[in-house]
Ligand binder design. Sequence first.
Ligand SMILES: [Zn+2]
Ligand SMILES: [Zn+2]
Length: 350
Amino acid sequence: MSEKMNAYRMINWGEKPQQVEVEKPVAGPGEVVLKVAGNGLCGSDPKMCKLTEEIGTMIQWQMPFTLGHEAGGWVEEIGEGVVGFEKGDPVVLMSSSSCGKCSYCLEGNDNNCDYGHFGRGYGRNGSLAPYVLVNNPREIIKLNTLDPVTAGPLTDAAATSYHGVKKALPKLKPGTTALVIGAGGLGSFAVQLVKVLSPARVVAVDTNPARLDYVKGLGADEVVDGTAENSAELIQQALQGGAAAVFDFVGTDQTIESGISNLRKGGMFVLVGSNGGKLDNQWYGTLPTDAEITTYQGQTISDTKAVIALAEAGLIRNDVDIYPFSFIEEAFEKLETGQLQGRAVIKMED
Ligand SMILES: [Zn+2]
Ligand SMILES: [Zn+2]
């Protein structure tokens, strides 16, 4: 008889997820089953629940599936042929997905994998459940001292920020300034990563004063209240001659416009947030010369390993609020309605 467990799942397109009983996964050849310790809630989770069937079918997602793509846990069952793990190993799972075989994966740019849109917690069963199946053990990263209950968000929010910051590091020389637009879950990691990995100053802008206080505590040199009437002027003053790199974690028309106009010549605008913003500048006259503009980029396995190593070394902080799995409906509701202050992790119970 197969064992049962409760999972938090999407049942139908455009509907609220539900907690339902499903079968506990079993590791087949080449697979691993993790006992989930904790799973971070991500801003993309409620967005998925609003997808239409048309889009879902286009990206080949299979309904129903269990949500959750920021998992930490322990190795529970090791399938035939899998080496390098022992039962009980504390680990995190890659939040992004990749095939390991295509040309992008083979060159180490697995963030660009053609199969990346179909992963655990988005299209197939994720980790908002006591156990999760990992069909590709290369996406398991071992932990040393980090707590698997709270480490999950590092694989998503922190690793995505890391990829963007790493890309812009050649621009962040001594005496330069980086501008972080949006000091929430991802932006707060970007502030820390720029400070740890480069000699640049960091200016952060956000519309939420609590977030600005928080990133000041994480090392932001100056913060600007985005709701101030003269915020454009305040940003310019704080940058002291333009930003060598701008990290836009919001991605609206307004932030893209502001970010690019505050770029120093030869600087880099790194787009991470996706909120439908457009780049509507004329190529000549209004853009800084010799600048680089990136599109959305995700994170690679090597980025995620690097971020975990920084957190293990105590160089970046990962502050989360812990909610028990029995509180999932309420936590999800708070996430959806913007009532969560920090990053939330759902802790699985025994
Ligand atoms: Zn996410
Ligand atoms: Zn691939």
